[in-house]
Design a protein around this ligand. Structure first.
Ligand code: GUN
Length: 312
């Protein structure tokens, strides 16, 4: 491995870029306070006890604290009826001291996530999931845009990647990442392919990509041989691997990950086999420490934007 060091890809440090984005938000919040305006306020609604969601919500609260955004948390039991969730969203929509509303996904069984998301006022929809905001994005107009792709675009801009005419492949077609990411890349004049589980010869499609964005939630799906030499790879997946046989397969080029899996019984990884991709690509985001921290930075930027756009 050592002798290959000179040709290894650059690690795209998402955490460092998230810190830059958060510092920008912090300065803008500070400037608001200096003008006698109030701090932006974000309301997070968490229904049920999903452990991953609890971690996300805690991280969001901590990040709000760092930049001076007021964070309000509303925790509801997993058996809360839909009418009660609707009622809370209605109250938050009407509350002039709340600028942004986020309903943490997934919602417990029996609750209709789309119905909840569609009920949030588009002006307070800091996730950018409301059809009004999705429509504005489709038309290339300003609006609140989904946090993960927004932050990925910011990372690419920071690193000066010229997107015009570039071949981009987005692996995954979710409303949270895949579809909006494809639209944002298209807006910047990339030639975009959306690939997914039904795509024929997925490896060959991925190998065409100068920019490969993986967002499918399948640990280690993208092998090194799927990556075009010199490509930039953004790995949006955050997967917890516990299966040793799977780990032995996908971490062949990452002995440290395999070691963590063996000793701790679980390890986090992306959709891309990081070690293999590092030997082929020009730049790769790691997991953790890549796209994950960027999403929260995107959310807080959206909260500030929502606050200012509502004239507060
Ligand atoms: N759960 C996982 N990702 C997200 C996200 O981006 N927004 C919300 N609201 N819930 C999520």
């Amino acid at each position: 491995m050592e002798e290959k060091g000179a040709t290894m890809a650059t690690i795209l440090d998402g955490k460092a870029h998230a810190d830059r984005m958060l510092e920008e938000v912090r300065l803008q919040v500070e400037a608001r306070l200096a003008k006698g305006l109030r701090a932006p306020a974000l309301a997070v609604v968490l229904v049920g006890e999903d452990p991953a969601s609890q971690v996300y919500v805690r991280n969001k609260g901590a990040a709000c604290g760092r930049v001076g955004i007021r964070s309000l948390e509303f925790r509801l039991a997993s058996d809360t009826p839909q009418a009660e969730v609707d009622g809370l969203i209605d109250r938050l929509n009407a509350d002039p001291t709340v600028d942004g509303i986020l309903v943490q996904l997934p919602l417990p069984k029996g609750l209709d996530a789309k119905r909840a998301l569609h009920r949030i006022s588009p002006a307070k929809d800091v996730d950018g999931f409301h059809p009004m905001n999705q429509g504005l994005l489709l038309e290339g107009l300003p609006g609140l845009r989904p946090c993960t792709p927004t932050a990925c675009m910011s990372l690419l801009a920071h690193h000066g990647l010229a997107l015009k005419g570039l071949r981009a492949v987005v692996l995954g077609r979710s409303e949270i990442v895949g579809k909006p990411m494809a639209l944002m890349l298209l807006e910047q004049h990339a030639t975009v392919t959306i690939a997914h589980s039904r795509t024929r010869d997925l490896p060959a499609v991925c190998r065409e990509a100068d920019l490969l964005v993986a967002a499918v939630g399948q640990p280690g799906l993208v092998e090194g041989s799927w990556v075009k030499p010199g490509a930039v790879v953004l790995d949006v997946g955050i997967n917890r691997v516990v299966d040793l046989a799977l780990g032995e397969r996908i971490f062949a080029a990452e002995p440290r990950k395999l070691e963590v899996l063996r000793t701790k019984g679980a390890v986090l990884c992306g959709d891309v086999r990081f070690g293999e991709a590092m030997e082929v690509a020009s730049a790769v985001t790691p997991v953790p420490g890549g796209v994950g921290p960027l999403t929260i930075a995107g959310l807080l930027l959206n909260t500030l934007t929502a606050c200012e756009a509502q004239g507060r």
